[in-house]
Ligand binder design. Structure first.
Ligand SMILES: [Zn+2]
Length: 88
């Protein structure tokens, strides 16, 4: 059930500040994403068919979503760009 290591710096860096070291999920890093800017660029690239997806992933929380409504809600409440994962 555990999806892996939760990435957190020793100083307990709070999300929101521009990260110097990647704090994205391992899944996202495998795609070559390292910063919030990378994720936002990727989000825009995949935006066209975004709502037709069947799998979504939040690189900041390392969480999966199986419907666009769940993903959209997360974006709204957390302010995270959630990527459409079946895109890849
Ligand atoms: Zn999130």
């Amino acid at each position: 059930m555990a999806t892996g290591v939760v990435r957190q710096t020793a100083t307990g860096q709070v999300f929101g500040a521009a990260p110097k070291v990647s704090e994205l999920s391992a899944k996202a890093q495998r795609l070559g994403l390292e910063t919030r800017g990378d994720v936002e660029a990727e989000f825009l690239r995949a935006k066209a068919g975004w709502s037709k997806g069947t799998a979504y992933h939040c690189p900041f929380c390392d969480r999966e979503f199986w419907s666009p409504s769940g993903a959209r809600k997360h974006m709204k409440t957390q302010g995270h760009p959630v990527l459409r994962w079946d895109w890849y």
